[in-house]
Design a binder for this molecule. Structure first.
Ligand code: SAJ
Length: 431
Protein backbone atom coordinates (compact mmCIF):
# COMPACT_ATOMS: atom_id res chain seq x y z
CA UNK A 1 0.00 0.00 0.00
CA UNK A 2 1.27 3.50 -0.84
CA UNK A 3 0.81 6.58 1.30
CA UNK A 4 1.12 10.24 0.38
CA UNK A 5 -0.91 12.02 3.02
CA UNK A 6 -1.70 11.10 6.61
CA UNK A 7 -3.53 12.66 9.55
CA UNK A 8 -2.13 12.27 13.05
CA UNK A 9 -4.74 12.89 15.74
CA UNK A 10 -3.30 14.07 19.06
CA UNK A 11 -0.09 16.12 19.17
CA UNK A 12 1.26 15.09 22.55
CA UNK A 13 4.38 13.16 23.59
CA UNK A 14 3.76 10.50 20.94
CA UNK A 15 1.64 12.15 18.25
CA UNK A 16 3.89 15.15 17.69
CA UNK A 17 7.16 13.19 17.31
CA UNK A 18 5.35 10.65 15.11
CA UNK A 19 3.77 13.32 12.89
CA UNK A 20 7.08 15.19 12.56
CA UNK A 21 9.03 12.01 11.79
CA UNK A 22 6.62 11.01 9.02
CA UNK A 23 6.78 14.57 7.67
CA UNK A 24 10.57 14.46 7.48
CA UNK A 25 10.37 11.07 5.73
CA UNK A 26 8.47 12.27 2.68
CA UNK A 27 4.79 12.30 3.69
CA UNK A 28 2.33 15.16 3.73
CA UNK A 29 1.13 15.21 7.35
CA UNK A 30 -1.81 16.99 8.94
CA UNK A 31 -1.27 17.16 12.70
CA UNK A 32 -4.59 17.50 14.49
CA UNK A 33 -5.26 18.56 18.06
CA UNK A 34 -8.43 19.67 19.79
CA UNK A 35 -6.54 21.83 22.27
CA UNK A 36 -6.40 25.39 20.94
CA UNK A 37 -3.42 26.23 23.14
CA UNK A 38 -1.38 23.40 21.58
CA UNK A 39 -2.31 24.60 18.10
CA UNK A 40 -1.43 28.23 18.82
CA UNK A 41 1.87 27.24 20.43
CA UNK A 42 2.93 25.10 17.47
CA UNK A 43 1.78 27.62 14.88
CA UNK A 44 3.80 30.37 16.53
CA UNK A 45 6.99 28.31 16.60
CA UNK A 46 6.69 27.15 20.21
CA UNK A 47 6.61 23.70 21.75
CA UNK A 48 4.27 22.59 24.54
CA UNK A 49 6.30 19.54 25.58
CA UNK A 50 9.92 18.97 26.43
CA UNK A 51 11.78 16.14 24.72
CA UNK A 52 15.41 16.21 23.64
CA UNK A 53 15.75 16.98 19.90
CA UNK A 54 12.02 17.51 19.36
CA UNK A 55 12.20 21.26 18.76
CA UNK A 56 14.61 20.84 15.83
CA UNK A 57 12.55 18.00 14.35
CA UNK A 58 9.25 19.90 14.61
CA UNK A 59 10.82 23.04 13.14
CA UNK A 60 12.20 21.02 10.21
CA UNK A 61 8.80 19.39 9.60
CA UNK A 62 6.86 22.66 9.82
CA UNK A 63 9.52 24.63 7.93
CA UNK A 64 9.43 22.29 4.94
CA UNK A 65 5.65 22.58 4.73
CA UNK A 66 5.27 18.79 5.05
CA UNK A 67 3.61 19.15 8.45
CA UNK A 68 0.55 21.33 8.88
CA UNK A 69 -1.29 21.89 12.16
CA UNK A 70 -5.07 21.78 12.14
CA UNK A 71 -8.08 21.77 14.46
CA UNK A 72 -9.77 18.98 12.51
CA UNK A 73 -8.86 15.99 10.36
CA UNK A 74 -9.17 16.04 6.59
CA UNK A 75 -9.30 13.28 3.96
CA UNK A 76 -6.02 11.35 3.85
CA UNK A 77 -4.62 7.91 3.01
CA UNK A 78 -4.08 6.98 6.67
CA UNK A 79 -5.14 8.19 10.11
CA UNK A 80 -3.11 7.64 13.26
CA UNK A 81 -4.88 8.10 16.58
CA UNK A 82 -2.41 9.02 19.33
CA UNK A 83 -4.59 10.65 21.97
CA UNK A 84 -4.32 10.08 25.75
CA UNK A 85 -6.14 7.29 27.56
CA UNK A 86 -6.10 8.37 31.21
CA UNK A 87 -8.23 6.65 33.79
CA UNK A 88 -11.15 7.82 35.87
CA UNK A 89 -10.89 7.98 39.67
CA UNK A 90 -12.27 4.44 39.85
CA UNK A 91 -9.31 3.20 37.73
CA UNK A 92 -11.44 2.57 34.65
CA UNK A 93 -9.95 3.63 31.31
CA UNK A 94 -11.26 6.92 30.00
CA UNK A 95 -11.68 6.17 26.30
CA UNK A 96 -13.50 9.41 25.54
CA UNK A 97 -10.52 10.93 23.67
CA UNK A 98 -10.14 7.78 21.54
CA UNK A 99 -13.87 7.79 20.82
CA UNK A 100 -13.90 11.48 19.91
CA UNK A 101 -10.86 11.10 17.64
CA UNK A 102 -12.38 8.06 15.88
CA UNK A 103 -15.70 9.90 15.42
CA UNK A 104 -13.90 12.91 13.95
CA UNK A 105 -12.48 10.83 11.10
CA UNK A 106 -15.78 9.13 10.19
CA UNK A 107 -16.71 11.91 7.68
CA UNK A 108 -13.21 11.78 6.10
CA UNK A 109 -12.57 8.08 5.73
CA UNK A 110 -12.84 6.54 2.25
CA UNK A 111 -12.30 3.09 0.68
CA UNK A 112 -8.66 1.94 0.76
CA UNK A 113 -7.72 4.02 3.82
CA UNK A 114 -5.82 2.76 6.86
CA UNK A 115 -6.65 3.68 10.48
CA UNK A 116 -4.12 2.95 13.23
CA UNK A 117 -4.77 3.29 16.94
CA UNK A 118 -1.59 3.96 18.94
CA UNK A 119 -3.14 5.00 22.27
CA UNK A 120 -2.71 2.45 25.05
CA UNK A 121 -6.12 0.81 25.43
CA UNK A 122 -7.83 -2.09 27.21
CA UNK A 123 -7.85 -5.40 25.29
CA UNK A 124 -10.34 -5.53 22.39
CA UNK A 125 -10.72 -1.74 22.07
CA UNK A 126 -9.72 -1.85 18.38
CA UNK A 127 -11.96 -4.77 17.45
CA UNK A 128 -14.97 -3.71 19.49
CA UNK A 129 -15.02 0.07 19.97
CA UNK A 130 -13.14 1.32 16.90
CA UNK A 131 -14.81 -0.99 14.39
CA UNK A 132 -18.24 0.10 15.63
CA UNK A 133 -17.46 3.83 15.44
CA UNK A 134 -15.61 3.76 12.10
CA UNK A 135 -18.29 1.66 10.42
CA UNK A 136 -20.69 4.57 10.99
CA UNK A 137 -19.06 5.80 7.78
CA UNK A 138 -20.98 3.09 5.91
CA UNK A 139 -17.69 1.33 5.09
CA UNK A 140 -16.80 -2.12 6.39
CA UNK A 141 -13.66 -2.54 8.47
CA UNK A 142 -11.30 -5.00 6.80
CA UNK A 143 -13.24 -5.09 3.52
CA UNK A 144 -13.28 -1.37 2.69
CA UNK A 145 -10.60 0.07 4.96
CA UNK A 146 -7.74 -1.36 7.00
CA UNK A 147 -7.63 -1.06 10.77
CA UNK A 148 -4.71 -1.82 13.06
CA UNK A 149 -3.41 -1.30 16.58
CA UNK A 150 0.24 -0.32 16.95
CA UNK A 151 1.38 0.64 20.44
CA UNK A 152 4.07 3.22 21.07
CA UNK A 153 6.80 1.84 23.32
CA UNK A 154 9.27 4.70 23.39
CA UNK A 155 10.96 5.87 26.56
CA UNK A 156 10.41 9.53 27.50
CA UNK A 157 13.77 11.27 27.16
CA UNK A 158 14.73 9.04 24.23
CA UNK A 159 11.58 9.22 22.13
CA UNK A 160 13.10 10.33 18.82
CA UNK A 161 15.74 7.61 18.75
CA UNK A 162 13.46 4.84 20.02
CA UNK A 163 10.66 5.77 17.60
CA UNK A 164 12.96 4.83 14.75
CA UNK A 165 15.10 2.09 16.28
CA UNK A 166 12.68 0.10 18.47
CA UNK A 167 10.91 -2.98 17.20
CA UNK A 168 7.31 -2.09 16.33
CA UNK A 169 4.29 -4.32 16.81
CA UNK A 170 1.42 -3.93 14.37
CA UNK A 171 -1.77 -5.83 15.07
CA UNK A 172 -4.36 -5.81 12.30
CA UNK A 173 -8.02 -6.71 12.53
CA UNK A 174 -7.01 -8.92 9.58
CA UNK A 175 -3.79 -9.77 7.76
CA UNK A 176 -4.25 -7.10 5.11
CA UNK A 177 -4.65 -4.41 7.78
CA UNK A 178 -1.46 -5.51 9.54
CA UNK A 179 0.43 -5.43 6.24
CA UNK A 180 -0.94 -1.97 5.43
CA UNK A 181 0.35 -0.81 8.85
CA UNK A 182 3.75 -2.28 8.07
CA UNK A 183 3.86 -0.44 4.73
CA UNK A 184 3.22 2.82 6.55
CA UNK A 185 5.64 2.50 9.47
CA UNK A 186 8.48 1.02 7.43
CA UNK A 187 8.89 4.51 5.98
CA UNK A 188 10.96 5.35 9.08
CA UNK A 189 11.13 2.37 11.46
CA UNK A 190 14.52 0.68 11.37
CA UNK A 191 13.74 -1.87 14.11
CA UNK A 192 11.96 -5.13 13.38
CA UNK A 193 8.28 -4.79 12.44
CA UNK A 194 6.28 -7.63 13.95
CA UNK A 195 2.81 -8.36 12.61
CA UNK A 196 0.07 -9.89 14.72
CA UNK A 197 -3.63 -9.42 15.43
CA UNK A 198 -5.04 -6.28 17.05
CA UNK A 199 -5.91 -7.76 20.46
CA UNK A 200 -2.51 -9.44 20.82
CA UNK A 201 -0.85 -6.09 20.06
CA UNK A 202 -2.99 -4.38 22.72
CA UNK A 203 -2.05 -7.08 25.22
CA UNK A 204 1.66 -6.84 24.35
CA UNK A 205 1.71 -3.17 25.28
CA UNK A 206 -0.15 -3.73 28.54
CA UNK A 207 1.95 -6.77 29.42
CA UNK A 208 5.23 -4.89 28.95
CA UNK A 209 4.30 -2.08 31.32
CA UNK A 210 2.63 -4.45 33.79
CA UNK A 211 5.74 -6.62 33.84
CA UNK A 212 7.76 -3.57 34.83
CA UNK A 213 5.23 -2.42 37.43
CA UNK A 214 5.07 -5.82 39.11
CA UNK A 215 8.85 -6.05 39.18
CA UNK A 216 9.23 -2.57 40.66
CA UNK A 217 6.64 -3.56 43.30
CA UNK A 218 8.77 -6.57 44.13
CA UNK A 219 11.86 -4.35 44.49
CA UNK A 220 9.87 -2.00 46.75
CA UNK A 221 8.73 -4.93 48.88
CA UNK A 222 12.34 -6.15 49.11
CA UNK A 223 13.26 -2.67 50.41
CA UNK A 224 10.68 -3.02 53.21
CA UNK A 225 12.07 -6.45 54.11
CA UNK A 226 15.63 -5.07 54.14
CA UNK A 227 14.55 -2.27 56.50
CA UNK A 228 12.96 -4.89 58.81
CA UNK A 229 15.96 -7.26 58.75
CA UNK A 230 18.67 -4.63 59.06
CA UNK A 231 20.40 -5.02 55.73
CA UNK A 232 21.14 -2.83 52.71
CA UNK A 233 18.70 -3.71 49.90
CA UNK A 234 20.85 -2.00 47.26
CA UNK A 235 23.80 -4.19 48.11
CA UNK A 236 21.58 -7.30 48.23
CA UNK A 237 20.08 -6.47 44.80
CA UNK A 238 23.50 -5.88 43.33
CA UNK A 239 24.66 -9.28 44.53
CA UNK A 240 21.44 -11.07 43.49
CA UNK A 241 21.73 -9.56 40.02
CA UNK A 242 25.01 -11.42 39.51
CA UNK A 243 22.81 -14.48 39.03
CA UNK A 244 22.49 -15.03 35.28
CA UNK A 245 18.69 -15.26 35.41
CA UNK A 246 17.90 -12.56 37.98
CA UNK A 247 17.39 -8.84 37.33
CA UNK A 248 15.78 -7.13 40.31
CA UNK A 249 14.75 -3.55 39.51
CA UNK A 250 15.28 -0.51 41.75
CA UNK A 251 13.14 0.39 44.73
CA UNK A 252 12.22 4.04 45.07
CA UNK A 253 9.53 6.48 46.18
CA UNK A 254 6.96 4.83 43.89
CA UNK A 255 5.99 4.49 40.25
CA UNK A 256 5.10 7.59 38.27
CA UNK A 257 4.64 8.79 34.73
CA UNK A 258 1.64 8.31 32.55
CA UNK A 259 2.16 4.69 31.53
CA UNK A 260 3.40 2.19 34.08
CA UNK A 261 1.19 3.47 36.89
CA UNK A 262 -1.83 3.51 34.58
CA UNK A 263 -1.69 0.64 32.09
CA UNK A 264 -1.91 -2.29 34.56
CA UNK A 265 -5.29 -0.92 35.67
CA UNK A 266 -6.58 -1.55 32.12
CA UNK A 267 -5.99 -5.26 32.68
CA UNK A 268 -7.47 -5.21 36.19
CA UNK A 269 -10.53 -3.39 34.87
CA UNK A 270 -10.97 -5.86 32.02
CA UNK A 271 -10.67 -8.98 34.18
CA UNK A 272 -10.79 -8.16 37.91
CA UNK A 273 -11.38 -11.78 38.92
CA UNK A 274 -8.05 -13.01 37.51
CA UNK A 275 -5.63 -10.12 38.10
CA UNK A 276 -4.87 -10.37 41.81
CA UNK A 277 -1.09 -10.12 41.41
CA UNK A 278 -1.27 -7.13 39.08
CA UNK A 279 -3.74 -5.38 41.39
CA UNK A 280 -1.61 -6.00 44.48
CA UNK A 281 1.53 -4.72 42.77
CA UNK A 282 -0.27 -1.57 41.66
CA UNK A 283 -1.52 -0.92 45.21
CA UNK A 284 1.93 -1.55 46.67
CA UNK A 285 3.58 0.93 44.31
CA UNK A 286 0.85 3.50 44.98
CA UNK A 287 1.44 3.16 48.73
CA UNK A 288 5.20 3.67 48.42
CA UNK A 289 5.07 7.51 48.76
CA UNK A 290 3.34 7.02 52.15
CA UNK A 291 6.05 4.55 53.16
CA UNK A 292 8.60 7.24 52.32
CA UNK A 293 6.75 9.85 54.39
CA UNK A 294 6.70 7.42 57.35
CA UNK A 295 10.43 6.83 56.92
CA UNK A 296 11.08 10.59 56.99
CA UNK A 297 8.96 11.11 60.10
CA UNK A 298 10.75 8.23 61.87
CA UNK A 299 14.12 9.82 60.99
CA UNK A 300 13.01 13.18 62.37
CA UNK A 301 11.65 11.62 65.58
CA UNK A 302 14.85 9.66 66.11
CA UNK A 303 17.33 12.38 65.20
CA UNK A 304 15.58 15.63 66.13
CA UNK A 305 13.06 14.49 68.72
CA UNK A 306 10.06 15.97 66.89
CA UNK A 307 6.61 14.43 67.36
CA UNK A 308 5.11 15.40 64.02
CA UNK A 309 5.93 17.08 60.74
CA UNK A 310 4.33 20.35 61.89
CA UNK A 311 6.58 23.29 60.86
CA UNK A 312 9.54 21.05 60.08
CA UNK A 313 11.49 22.63 57.21
CA UNK A 314 11.99 20.03 54.51
CA UNK A 315 14.14 20.52 51.40
CA UNK A 316 12.95 18.23 48.60
CA UNK A 317 15.45 17.60 45.82
CA UNK A 318 13.65 16.43 42.69
CA UNK A 319 9.96 16.50 41.74
CA UNK A 320 9.81 14.78 38.36
CA UNK A 321 8.57 11.23 37.93
CA UNK A 322 12.01 9.84 37.08
CA UNK A 323 15.61 11.00 36.65
CA UNK A 324 16.61 13.65 34.14
CA UNK A 325 13.18 14.49 32.74
CA UNK A 326 11.01 17.53 33.51
CA UNK A 327 7.74 15.56 33.52
CA UNK A 328 5.72 15.78 36.74
CA UNK A 329 2.81 13.57 35.64
CA UNK A 330 1.97 11.03 38.33
CA UNK A 331 5.27 11.76 40.04
CA UNK A 332 5.80 9.92 43.34
CA UNK A 333 8.34 12.59 44.35
CA UNK A 334 5.65 15.23 43.94
CA UNK A 335 3.24 13.07 45.89
CA UNK A 336 5.73 12.72 48.78
CA UNK A 337 6.32 16.48 48.81
CA UNK A 338 2.58 17.19 48.82
CA UNK A 339 1.92 14.67 51.61
CA UNK A 340 4.66 16.27 53.74
CA UNK A 341 3.14 19.67 53.13
CA UNK A 342 -0.38 18.42 53.99
CA UNK A 343 1.03 16.99 57.23
CA UNK A 344 2.26 20.47 58.22
CA UNK A 345 5.86 20.48 56.99
CA UNK A 346 7.26 23.62 55.35
CA UNK A 347 8.44 22.19 52.05
CA UNK A 348 10.88 23.88 49.70
CA UNK A 349 11.41 21.91 46.50
CA UNK A 350 14.12 22.16 43.91
CA UNK A 351 13.56 20.62 40.49
CA UNK A 352 16.50 21.48 38.20
CA UNK A 353 14.70 20.50 34.98
CA UNK A 354 11.64 22.71 35.51
CA UNK A 355 11.96 26.05 33.77
CA UNK A 356 9.09 27.75 35.54
CA UNK A 357 9.78 27.19 39.16
CA UNK A 358 6.31 25.93 39.98
CA UNK A 359 5.64 22.50 41.38
CA UNK A 360 1.88 22.13 41.73
CA UNK A 361 1.36 24.57 44.59
CA UNK A 362 4.66 23.82 46.32
CA UNK A 363 7.19 26.45 47.19
CA UNK A 364 9.96 25.95 44.62
CA UNK A 365 13.48 27.30 44.95
CA UNK A 366 15.46 28.62 42.01
CA UNK A 367 18.62 26.84 43.12
CA UNK A 368 19.75 23.92 45.23
CA UNK A 369 21.51 26.31 47.62
CA UNK A 370 18.29 28.24 48.19
CA UNK A 371 16.29 25.04 48.75
CA UNK A 372 18.57 23.59 51.41
CA UNK A 373 20.00 26.61 53.22
CA UNK A 374 17.44 26.78 56.03
CA UNK A 375 16.23 23.15 55.98
CA UNK A 376 15.93 20.83 59.00
CA UNK A 377 16.17 17.82 56.71
CA UNK A 378 17.18 17.31 53.06
CA UNK A 379 15.57 14.61 50.88
CA UNK A 380 16.86 13.22 47.61
CA UNK A 381 13.71 12.01 45.83
CA UNK A 382 14.89 11.75 42.22
CA UNK A 383 18.26 10.50 40.98
CA UNK A 384 18.91 13.48 38.66
CA UNK A 385 22.53 13.70 37.50
CA UNK A 386 23.17 17.01 39.34
CA UNK A 387 22.09 15.36 42.60
CA UNK A 388 24.24 12.26 42.03
CA UNK A 389 27.16 14.62 41.53
CA UNK A 390 26.50 16.60 44.72
CA UNK A 391 29.24 16.00 47.29
CA UNK A 392 28.79 16.01 51.08
CA UNK A 393 31.21 18.93 51.32
CA UNK A 394 29.07 21.00 48.96
CA UNK A 395 25.86 20.23 50.86
CA UNK A 396 27.61 20.96 54.17
CA UNK A 397 28.54 24.39 52.80
CA UNK A 398 25.03 25.18 51.54
CA UNK A 399 22.98 23.86 54.47
CA UNK A 400 23.00 23.93 58.26
CA UNK A 401 21.31 20.55 58.65
CA UNK A 402 23.21 17.30 58.84
CA UNK A 403 20.14 15.09 58.42
CA UNK A 404 19.59 13.68 54.92
CA UNK A 405 17.28 11.02 53.53
CA UNK A 406 18.19 9.29 50.28
CA UNK A 407 15.26 7.53 48.63
CA UNK A 408 16.97 6.58 45.36
CA UNK A 409 20.44 5.34 46.32
CA UNK A 410 22.03 8.57 45.12
CA UNK A 411 24.27 9.10 48.15
CA UNK A 412 25.50 5.65 49.18
CA UNK A 413 29.10 6.69 49.70
CA UNK A 414 30.52 6.49 53.27
CA UNK A 415 31.86 10.02 52.64
CA UNK A 416 28.50 11.36 53.77
CA UNK A 417 28.82 9.88 57.26
CA UNK A 418 32.48 10.90 57.35
CA UNK A 419 31.46 14.49 56.56
CA UNK A 420 29.20 14.44 59.64
CA UNK A 421 25.86 13.69 57.98
CA UNK A 422 23.28 11.35 59.45
CA UNK A 423 22.22 9.46 56.35
CA UNK A 424 18.89 7.60 56.24
CA UNK A 425 18.43 5.48 53.14
CA UNK A 426 15.35 3.77 51.70
CA UNK A 427 15.78 0.01 51.96
CA UNK A 428 18.58 0.16 54.50
CA UNK A 429 17.79 -1.08 58.00
CA UNK A 430 19.65 -0.54 61.25
CA UNK A 431 21.86 -3.52 61.67
N1 SAJ B 1 11.08 3.00 38.37
C1 SAJ B 1 11.45 2.45 39.60
N2 SAJ B 1 12.39 1.46 39.59
C2 SAJ B 1 12.95 1.00 38.44
C3 SAJ B 1 12.54 1.55 37.21
C4 SAJ B 1 11.60 2.56 37.20
O1 SAJ B 1 10.97 2.84 40.66
O2 SAJ B 1 13.80 0.12 38.52
C5 SAJ B 1 10.06 4.07 38.36
C6 SAJ B 1 10.58 5.37 37.72
O3 SAJ B 1 11.27 6.15 38.65
C7 SAJ B 1 9.28 6.00 37.27
C8 SAJ B 1 8.43 4.79 36.86
O4 SAJ B 1 9.01 3.68 37.49
O5 SAJ B 1 8.63 6.67 38.34
C9 SAJ B 1 8.35 4.54 35.39
O6 SAJ B 1 9.61 4.78 34.75
P1 SAJ B 1 10.18 3.88 33.57
O7 SAJ B 1 11.48 4.44 33.15
O8 SAJ B 1 10.19 2.46 33.99
O9 SAJ B 1 9.09 3.96 32.43
P2 SAJ B 1 8.33 5.14 31.64
O10 SAJ B 1 6.98 5.29 32.26
O11 SAJ B 1 9.15 6.36 31.49
O12 SAJ B 1 8.21 4.44 30.19
C10 SAJ B 1 7.60 3.16 30.10
C11 SAJ B 1 8.48 2.25 29.24
N3 SAJ B 1 8.00 0.88 29.34
C12 SAJ B 1 8.83 -0.16 29.66
O13 SAJ B 1 10.00 0.01 29.92
C13 SAJ B 1 8.24 -1.52 29.67
C14 SAJ B 1 8.46 2.72 27.80
O14 SAJ B 1 9.17 1.84 26.96
C15 SAJ B 1 7.01 2.86 27.31
O15 SAJ B 1 6.94 3.33 25.97
C16 SAJ B 1 6.31 3.85 28.21
O16 SAJ B 1 6.32 3.32 29.54
C17 SAJ B 1 4.90 4.04 27.70
O17 SAJ B 1 4.63 5.07 27.04
O18 SAJ B 1 4.07 3.14 27.88
Amino acid sequence: MKFQKICVLGLGYIGLPTASTFATHGLEVVGVDVNQRVIETLRTGGLHIHEPGLRTLVQAALGSGSLRISERPEPADAYIIAVPTPFFGDKFADLSYVEAAAKSIVPCISPGNLVVLESTSPPRTTKDLLVEILEESGLKAGDDFSLAYSPERVLPGQILRELIENARVIGGIDQRSAEAGRDLYKMFVRGEIILTDATTAEMVKLMENTYRDVNIALANEFSHLAERFGIDVWQAIEIANHHPRVNVLRPGPGVGGHCIGVDPWFLVESAPDITELIHTARRLNDQQPQHVVDLILDALKEEQGVKSLQRVKVAVLGLSYKPDVDDLRGSPALSVAQKLSEDGAIVTAYEPYLKQKQGNGLNCAASLEEAVEDADIVLCLVGHIPFLELTPDQLAKFSRTRLVVDLVNAWASPDWERAGFKMIRLGVGNN
